[in-house]
Design a protein around this ligand. Structure first.
Ligand code: 4AD
Ligand code: MG
Length: 480
């Protein structure tokens, strides 16, 4: 018999027909009540077994973690916590789970820390927490596509392997098939990448932006949504070596239009999660409340998870220039009392996450878009302002997260871009194609990048980015 998903069953009315469900046992109480979960929803289906009618050997195999199929009639539940349950007539053990071995894993029914769950990332998806996070992640990914498709953007697949460093920061993973023990050398004694697979140095992409710009110059509005890679040695709760980025790029958009789009986009996807992930968000909200109970009062958040999400949707993001932000930071208490690790004493300083979080969480108490940054601390492709020292860059800063979006209006003037590349030591030979865009029908254009995991962190309330991607890659860790 074809099985039905639990999410569908739980919204059905009792009916005098036999149905079949398949899932993993979460618990088996009193030899009578099986809590079955199949991943379709955070909720378990209660399956009621009249044990008198079943072989004891079969019942012994209904253990936590086992995969089973049960058939029976859907009836109104007499117990609390569910409207319907299955009165079991048939049980089939699909895959056993030895209780002795289960005991040694995170499948054992007790509280495990997130760190322990991370060590068994192949099993953690069977927990309520990770089921909820990953369903929300999936819905958010869909919402991203829906937003851009509805707004006439074209989905552009940027290459994963590239020969260029889009951010010019040199934080790339090399792609090579040369023998690491004895690579061929050139006359200068350096590794001869001409003999490598691509006949040049190549790497995993850090951003699809530059290629997206080429497509925006023909398709008008494009977006990428794919994995990006950074070999930065940042062991923080907000950095991954492999993360997913969404990068829209639009011809004829200036920085203001870019900021409008970013704000509208974020509000859309957050609302989508609120509208489509009610059960999972309720669970995650309670999880967060529990977690925060262990924290001192001052560190607990004033709003619940869903209130925070609603706040984002209902309020305008505050737009502030870098220069204004520096003034605020200079005068701020943590700066004057030397509480910041990096003190702000002059214009031009790069903002650290402690500063970003101060602006968002303490000063403005809402999402902030900082714009017009010093040219010196931003990438080469950003459009130079008339003051000659700031660029049309914007970062969106979120409470609890810090930077969630980085974007800019691009330098569309050939000469200005060329000068900038020369000054920043960016190879014009390698990026000839990028310069070409400024020769053939150049125009004002803009775009931004949103780190998908940081968005998932914000929506799920998870403190560590390693817990919102199935298999996190971080310095020293590429397990699974
Ligand atoms: O600010 P970033 O480096 O900007 C770019 O890559 C531009 N090319 C984007 C564009 O204009 N098309 O990165 C964009 C966003 C950051 O704001 C952050 O959310 C995320 O990507 N991000 C990371 N997320 C997780 N782990 C990392 N190591 C990240 N680095 C950046
Ligand atoms: Mg950035």
């Amino acid at each position: 018999m074809q099985h039905i998903e639990i999410s569908k069953i739980l919204t059905s009315k009792p009916a005098a027909i036999e149905i079949t469900v398949k899932g993993w046992v979460r618990s088996f109480r009193s030899n009578r009540f099986i809590a079955l979960n199949d991943g379709s929803t955070i909720k378990n289906l209660q399956c009621v077994v009249d044990f008198e009618n079943f072989d004891e050997k079969l019942l012994d195999k209904i253990t936590v973690g086992a995969a089973i199929a049960v058939s029976g009639e859907l009836v109104a539940s007499l117990g609390q916590g569910q409207d319907v349950e299955i009165q079991v007539e048939k049980i089939e053990i699909l895959g056993e789970a030895d209780p002795e071995e289960v005991k040694l894993t995170i499948l054992s029914p007790k509280r495990h820390t997130l760190e322990t769950l991370r060590e068994q990332a192949h099993l953690r998806i069977r927990t309520n927490t990770f089921g909820a996070i990953m369903r929300v992640r999936s819905k958010l990914a869909f919402a991203v596509h829906e937003y851009f498709q509805k707004n006439n953007f074209h989905y552009f697949h940027s290459p994963i392997i590239t020969g260029s460093d889009a951010e010019g920061a040199g934080e790339m993973f090399r792609v090579s098939v040369l023998d690491p023990k004895s690579p061929p050398l050139n006359d200068a004694g350096e590794v001869d990448y001409k003999q490598d697979f691509f006949e040049k140095e190549s790497n995993l992409t850090v951003s699809g932006q530059l290629e997206a710009e080429t497509y925006a110059m023909g398709l008008g509005k494009v977006y990428t949504f794919g994995p990006t890679f950074r070999a930065e040695n940042s062991n923080t709760s907000r950095h991954l070596a492999e993360f997913w980025m969404i990068e829209p790029e639009m011809a004829f958009f200036d920085l203001d239009a870019n900021m409008d789009l970013a704000e509208d986009f974020i509000k859309y996807v957050v609302k989508y999660a609120l509208d489509h992930c009610a059960d999972d968000l309720e669970f995650l909200e309670n999880r967060l409340l529990q977690e925060e109970k262990n924290k001192p009062q001052a560190e607990r958040s004033e709003m619940t998870l869903r209130d925070k999400l609603k706040f984002i949707i209902e309020n305008n993001f505050k737009r502030v220039t870098y220069t204004e932000a520096i003034e605020i930071l200079k005068r701020s208490k943590p700066n004057q009392k030397k509480k910041f690790k990096f003190l702000i004493d002059e214009w031009g300083a790069d903002l650290q996450s402690e500063h970003e979080r101060f602006l968002v969480e303490k000063h403005f108490k809402c999402p902030v878009i900082l714009f017009d940054y010093p040219a010196k601390i931003k990438a080469f492709y950003m459009r130079l302002n008339d003051d000659g020292k700031t660029v049309r860059a914007m970062d969106i800063l979120f409470p609890g997260i810090g930077e969630i979006v980085g974007g800019s209006q691009r330098e569309e003037r050939y000469d200005v871009l060329l000068d900038k590349m020369k000054a920043m030591d960016i190879s014009e030979e390698e990026l000839y194609w990028y310069l070409d865009l400024r020769k053939f029908g150049t125009c004002v254009h803009s775009g931004f990048g949103l780190g998908f995991e940081r968005l998932v962190q914000f929506v799920t309330g998870m403190g560590n980015i390693r817990d919102v991607i199935p298999y996190p890659r971080t310095p020293g860790n590429a397990e699974f």
